[in-house]
Ligand binder design. Sequence first.
Ligand SMILES: [Mn+2]
Length: 388
Amino acid sequence: MTPDLPLQLLGGISAREFLRDYWQRKPLLIRQALPGFESPISPDELAGLSLEETVESRLVIEHGAQPWELRRGPFAEDAFQHLPERDWTLLVQAVDQFVPEVAELLQHFRFLPSWRIDDVMISFAAPGGGVGPHYDNYDVFLLQGHGRRRWKIGQMCDNDSPLLPHGDLRILAGFEQTDEWVLEPGDMLYLPPRLAHFGIAEDDCMTYSVGFRAPSAAEVLTHFTDFLAQFLPDEERYGDAGSPPPEDPHQIQRDALDRLKALLAEHMGDERLLLTWFGQFMTEPRYPELVSGSEVEEEEFLTALDQGAVLIRNPSARLAWSEVDENLVLFASGQSRLLSGHLRELLKLICAAEALHLDNLGPWLADDEGRKLLWELVKQGSLEFADE
Ligand SMILES: [Mn+2]
């Protein structure tokens, strides 16, 4: 991907321009981002997914048992028979993990780090359906998949923006509309975090939401310090050797803060542990139970590849790689592995390839470390044989 090439997906501007001027900053409407786009799944198939135990789904009914009634899946077979004619929405999370054609859509977003992508949520709405004016804390691309949806955008919000009293949904009490558009199949709207928005189905419609992951500052601090703490012995403590007698024994003096800041800086500044934590955190699967792996002997694994078996990335797995000094590190579904520098092209292949087989793995299977890595990823569940 050349970041300077104009992209149809971004309405003819380059990835570089998009990232500089719009990403995390302001909305962008792109007519026919994916010309002729047809939803690879039907409303019935989406409803079918929402019956499944492993799939996260919600129904929002505007005039339900209470205003904006929220029901959580998995739903019963007859859940959709008793819904009103209009004004309701079904939302199904992480459809990309269950429908390969939906996962393929993510190929269009290679101009962004893949570890920033969270999932593709798909919503189906009856005419008039929406989830109310709200804001999200993450970036989203809203791709119209079927039918038409009217999108209204409004003010930038924050934690102090007044919300309607509601137990489950964060619906804004006020909406200051600045723009509105009707999106047709193939049209796409990019929204930065915290921008108020409100989508209303004009007719039966399906919208694909490509959502992004960004840990909150509170998550970064709590998770990273928990991670760090595992490596710190109880003996390592606040220390004040060599300090003069206090002027007043009841006063906490400046020098105590300086010692604490030095202790924090020493550990928080450990780049290697920070990278390890971050890579593991950003590749944690949404559904860890779907990355369970399989017991396979190395011999068996190699024979299968020899006989033409194809390895694919488990659709629930998340992969990323990085550099640590002369070495490389592969993050696979919440785990990290330190590897030698010569495996760089193999790591890139594992992270990006549609399929791994004798043809593209050939030389790597003769490399002890490379072969072992592939085998371990199968045992861990991040890679799997295609026919499984
Ligand atoms: Mn939203």
